[in-house]
Design a protein around this ligand. Structure first.
Ligand code: UD1
Length: 419
């Protein structure tokens, strides 16, 4: 997809099913490698990050079949322990394969994922955690090689509840000897989902959903099937779209409990929201009101929805603010929004936004995955045509942003010639 064109100022109306969660499925795919057999995952989103993880698993000897949204991974035939370098740059979360391959093969190698546009993203917490379980890690600053004569459980205290580090250590601990206690673990719903899947495979984990996870190592895992949850970040993006454009919609396939903090902010901005066991209904009959947002680890406001909300604040009828506490450089969208007429002042990790309505359509460039989607949120409240370039970022995490918004009545078009 090379670019997307959106003509704004049209209310949205209708129903859309939210895709399966990217951040849940990626570590689940890694978890499947721990089983010397077959694992089936349902509700797998057909997005670029999933395709990339599939390429990695295939390169490492797994047989993988994605049919529709069902993925079958046969990990009997793992033949390689090193993640090929070409994939590491395009998908940072391949780092969770370190824990998996250490657990499965006693050896793992990958390349340092490096920085990215939203911040430096170090992996010290991952590596310290794996060392505490008995891994010997050589880190040249470029290549990481981890080896162990056998992982043993231990007590690990994370200085920060890193999502990726929690997943990495969890995956390593599942088949380690003895008991591992992870204190200060991340509590994101995707981690609870991963734990439930692992329990279905025969792992012994307690404290699921809490800040302390206890894992009793087991020697083998078994074949299993698991359905990935709906993507709360995609749901939050679509809610932002409706609140930006105005209108009435029903989002199916998402657990509203996981979006509690986000729904609270949307209500404060004037949205009418009803939650049901299988989805969220939203109605917005006016321009959004202002709000203040501070991102934080779950259950705080998700950093992945900061950019879409920056767009909403840009069209609100007042002055709002954003305080980004998770990633130090996650304001690249602001520059693009300014091109559409937004009034945003950035000082360090804080942004002050003076709402203006409507914005005006122009050509903008997706700076990153969520920033790209945020530009669509802004375009829905912009006069005239907005052309969003660099949409390959969006394909990393959204299966069909264009199709979904079109089904809600947006005037949106994928530019011809796009992949
Ligand atoms: C995951 C999500 C990402 C989300 C983020 C925070 C996936 C595939 N990605 O990313 O969408 O935005 O959680 O909710 O699930 N940190 C360290 N040292 C470490 C690890 C992290 O200092 O070893 C810092 C990071 O630089 C960052 C913060 O901790 O400032 C949060 O990072 P982390 O929770 O690890 O995010 P990811 O797992 O990379």
């Amino acid at each position: 997809m090379s670019g997307i064109e959106i003509e704004g100022l049209r209310p949205l109306e209708g129903e859309v099913t939210v895709q399966g969660s990217k951040n849940a499925v990626l570590p689940m795919m890694a978890a499947a490698v721990l089983n010397r057999g077959t694992t089936v995952l349902h509700n797998v989103p057909r997005i670029r990050d999933v395709f990339c993880m599939l390429d990695i698993l295939r390169a490492m000897g797994c047989e993988c079949r994605l049919e529709g949204h069902t993925l079958v991974i046969d990990a009997r035939t793992v033949s390689r322990i090193a993640v090929p370098r070409e994939y590491v740059a395009s998908m940072r979360s391949s780092i969770v394969l370190l824990g998996t391959f250490l657990g499965r093969c006693g050896e793992a190698a990958t390349f340092y994922p490096g920085g990215c546009v939203i911040g430096s993203r170090p992996i010290d917490i991952h590596l310290d955690g794996l060392r505490k379980l008995g891994a010997v890690i050589e880190n040249s600053g470029e290549k990481i090689v981890a080896r162990t004569a056998g992982l043993s459980g231990g007590r690990i205290h994370f200085p920060y509840p890193s999502v990726g580090a929690t997943e990495n250590v969890l995956l390593a601990a599942v088949t380690a000897h003895g008991t591992t206690v992870i204190e200060g673990a991340a509590r994101e719903p995707e981690i609870a989902g991963l734990c439930r899947m692992l329990v279905g495979m025969g792992a012994k984990i307690s404290g699921i959903g809490e800040g302390t996870l206890t894992v009793e190592g087991v020697s083998t895992l078994c074949d299993s099937e698991y359905t990935a949850p709906g993507d709360r970040i995609v749901a939050g993006t679509y809610l932002s779209c409706v609140v930006s454009a105005g209108g009435r919609s029903y989002l199916k396939g998402v657990n509203a409990q996981e979006l509690k903090g986000v729904l609270k902010v949307l209500r404060r901005m004037g949205a009418d929201i009803e939650t049901a066991p299988a989805g969220i209904r939203v109605y917005m009959g006016r321009r959004p009101g202002p709000a203040g947002i501070k991102t934080a680890p779950y259950p705080g406001f998700p950093t992945d929805l900061q950019s879409p909300f920056l767009s909403l604040l840009s069209v609100s009828d007042g002055c709002g603010w954003v305080w980004e506490t998770v990633f130090e450089e996650r304001f690249a969208t602001a520059e693009e929004l300014r091109r559409m007429g937004a009034d945003i002042e950035i000082a360090g990790r804080k942004a002050r936004v003076h709402g203006r309505y409507p914005l005006h359509g122009t050509t903008v460039t997706a700076p990153d995955l969520r920033g790209g989607a945020a530009l669509a949120v802004a375009a829905l409240a912009a006069e005239g045509k907005t052309e969003i370039c660099g949409c390959s970022h969006i394909l990393r995490g959204y299966e069909d942003l264009c199709g979904d918004l079109k089904s809600l009545g947006a005037k949106i078009r994928q530019q011809p010639g796009g992949a």
